[in-house]
Design a protein around this ligand. Structure first.
Ligand code: 1CP
Length: 358
């Protein structure tokens, strides 16, 4: 006689894959076997095996090599036992594939050769042809075959955050040129964000159609905006990205840094999960976002550089505060810092699992 079916899980064997994983279930607010955990920037410079593999290959070249993408994406899953892989890529890749001249400079980030400064520049932005994403779909298919029941998260940069790189020409603190353009050229601004939304949706569809089990939209720098400007000039375009997924039934995660005041709006753009940085406790974030969405976050990445007792105390706090949410995906409040000891990441994944095993 077979064992009684676990009431928390579907009895259908067809459902035991990534679509029924703890990550996808937590994103939907369904019961989980334990709180799922992954780390933004889990693939990358904190791992010696990543640095070895990347040696001699430029970042954006690596992102377009399906075998390298597959291997780099798998490294943190093997090492840390996290509950999801995130595709090794970058938010500027769709622009690069479309033909925009961008380089990722080591120690700096994306640098745009000819920053966008005029209405004519907006109209000259090349569209992203989906046929150019075959390499990405090859990588996703290879990954899905290797990952088994572990879900792959696809991602894209949100229109606002991509616009900041195009207009500033590179990383920026104040994003003053971006805001100046937004205020001075509202029509061209709308057209720019519309185009970036189309390209982000194309990028996400390619990943989901090749087998990604969830998507995350990174609006990393949206926190520099007032709620009023965000609601009027940015949110409709982020919503358009999610709408562009059509009926594809994968959970959507929406993340930005410093978005405490924007959280209810970020939820409204159409995500199942709102990503929260370390500034706001998750119980307060749950109050702001409401009961219709799950939360992801929000350990301060700098805590991982502290002593073990501090790490454990902070992980416990995040897990406890996360219980206020409809569903909780444990993560950092932003990306892994490059000098993080990878052993600490493995420890955090283990501790979250231990604290939350049902
Ligand atoms: O050579 C290197 O190793 C360069 C470092 C690096 C890496 C590993 C960059 C440059 N991008 C990436 C990969 C990357 N980028 C991933 C991989 C998957 C994973 O998370 O493990 C992801 C999801 C991104 C997304 C990304 N790129 C974002 C959104 C997330 C965030 O950090 O807010 C942003 C803003 C970028 C731009 C970018 N690319 C790289 C850097 C250093 C930056 C940020 C620069 C800045 O401060 O503006």
């Amino acid at each position: 006689m077979s064992a009684a079916p676990d009431p928390l899980r579907s009895a259908s064997p067809a459902d035991s894959g990534p679509a029924d994983s703890d990550l996808v279930r937590a994103a939907r607010g369904l019961p989980v076997s334990r709180t799922p955990v992954w780390f933004m920037r889990q693939a990358g410079r904190s791992l010696p095996e990543y640095r070895a593999l990347r040696a001699g290959t430029a970042m954006l070249e690596a992102c377009q090599d399906p075998d390298l993408v597959t291997e780099i994406t798998l490294q943190p899953v093997r090492r840390h036992g996290v509950d999801a892989a995130i595709l090794f890529s970058d938010i500027v890749l769709p622009l690069v594939v479309a033909g925009v001249d961008i380089e990722i400079k080591p120690g700096v980030g994306p640098v745009v050769a000819s920053p966008l400064r005029s209405v004519a520049d907006v109209d000259a932005l090349p569209p992203l042809e989906p046929e150019r994403l075959a390499f990405l779909q090859t990588a996703v298919r290879q990954l899905v075959a290797e990952l088994g029941a572990t879900p792959l998260i696809g991602f894209a940069g949100a229109p606002f955050t991509l616009a900041t790189y195009l207009i500033e020409g590179g990383p920026s603190k104040e994003h003053a040129r971006t805001k100046a353009f937004m205020y001075a050229e509202p029509e061209a601004w709308g057209r720019l964000l519309e185009r970036l939304a189309v390209s982000a949706a194309t990028f996400l569809r390619a990943q989901v159609d090749a087998g990604a089990s969830a998507v995350q939209l990174f609006d990393s720098w949206a926190g520099v905006l007032s709620a009023a400007d965000y609601a009027e000039r940015v949110l409709p375009h982020s919503r358009a990205v999610f709408d562009g997924l059509g009926g594809r039934d994968v959970p959507r995660i929406h993340f930005g840094v410093g978005t405490g005041e924007l959280l209810p709006l970020i939820g409204d753009a159409g995500a199942d999960v709102v990503g929260v940085d370390w500034r706001l406790p998750l119980d307060e974030a749950a109050r702001r976002v409401g009961p219709a969405r799950s939360l992801q976050g929000n350990l301060d990445p700098a805590v991982l550089l502290a002593d073990r007792a501090t790490v454990d105390r902070e992980v416990r706090r995040v897990v406890e505060q996360g219980r206020a949410a409809r569903g909780h995906i444990f993560n950092l409040g932003h990306g892994v810092l490059p000098d993080t000891d990878p052993g600490v990441l493995t420890h955090v994944a283990d501790l979250v699992h231990e604290l939350t095993a049902r």
